[in-house]
Design a protein around this ligand. Structure first.
Ligand code: AP5
Ligand code: MG
Length: 228
């Protein structure tokens, strides 16, 4: 019988995490990546790194991200193509924040060749809007190792320093109230249509993300164990 462990599932293909800002994609992707020993590919983190390093990509993305807008599809498609071509992705990978538009999903299918996203497991993480706002306003983030905390739900052990690398935590610029409104609008208009897109193209599962982190994680791993 085929090995159906989460690691085996990731090794055969990949995992895509869909969901609005604050749904917990990054939190769950980090746990899944640790459990499966495959890379987590977060386009948000990659773009923030590019901004910090002042690369040409960062210079294009920075002003858009500050206002909560999406970065153009062609830039993201190039970033992902380069990233999944690296050796550490041979055994599978977890996509957190990509694809985010129908254009990106088509670009990704093309990149994968004939099979498209057929072998992928897609998780659609659902969380009510008022809870998203609570999570984003309380999020604190480590600019060095990119660990994520929450002042109430997942506080750092020592006040406002990262548990992993002791760097001072910060609030992301795009977690300010006015910017969050724009990100949620973009999600509704440009990312939510991916739910219909992937429902018929991948192993698609909607997960209730409005529960403790551990409970959501248990659901994801249980689904992965039965996905094949
Ligand atoms: P990105 O960094 O991807 O942001 P996002 O999608 O807006 O999502 P978030 O990181 O805000 O939320 P999350 O779902 O990861 O939640 P998290 O785990 O942190 O993108 C940022 C920007 O980059 C975009 O706006 C865009 O400009 C650009 N960009 C990125 N990718 C792009 C693309 N493909 N195309 C174009 N542009 C792109 O959790 C949130 C908080 O809740 C945390 O504090 C956490 O501790 C807490 N929490 C998590 N889970 C739970 C739980 N179960 N219970 C209670 N609290 C929880
Ligand atoms: Mg994130």
């Amino acid at each position: 019988m085929a090995d159906a462990s989460p690691r085996a599932v990731a090794a055969q293909s990949g995992i895509i995490l869909l969901g609005p800002p604050g749904a917990g994609k990054g939190t769950q992707a980090a746990r899944l990546a640790d459990a499966m020993r495959v890379p987590r590919i977060s386009t948000g983190d990659m773009l923030r790194e590019a901004i910090a390093a002042r690369t040409p990509l960062g210079q294009q993305a920075g002003p858009l991200m500050e206002k909560g807008g999406l970065v153009p599809d062609e830039l993201l498609i190039g970033v992902i193509e380069e990233r999944i071509g690296r050796r550490d992705c041979i055994g599978g990978y977890i996509l957190d924040g990509f694809p985010r538009t129908i254009g990106q999903a088509h670009g990704f299918e093309k990149m994968l060749g004939g099979n498209g996203a057929n072998g992928f497991v897609v998780f659609n993480v659902e969380v009510p809007r008022d809870e998203l706002l609570r999570r984003l306003s309380g999020r604190r983030w480590c600019p060095k190792c990119q660990a994520t905390f929450h002042v109430i739900n997942n506080p750092p052990k020592s006040n406002l320093t990262c548990d992993r690398c002791l760097t001072q935590l910060i609030q992301r610029e795009d977690d300010m109230e006015a910017v969050v409104a724009r990100r949620l609008r973009d999600y509704d208009e440009r990312t939510a249509p991916l739910i219909g897109f992937y429902r018929s193209r991948a192993h698609f599962h909607t997960v209730n993300g409005h529960r403790p982190v551990e409970a959501v994680f248990s659901d994801l791993t249980a689904i992965l164990e039965t996905a094949r």
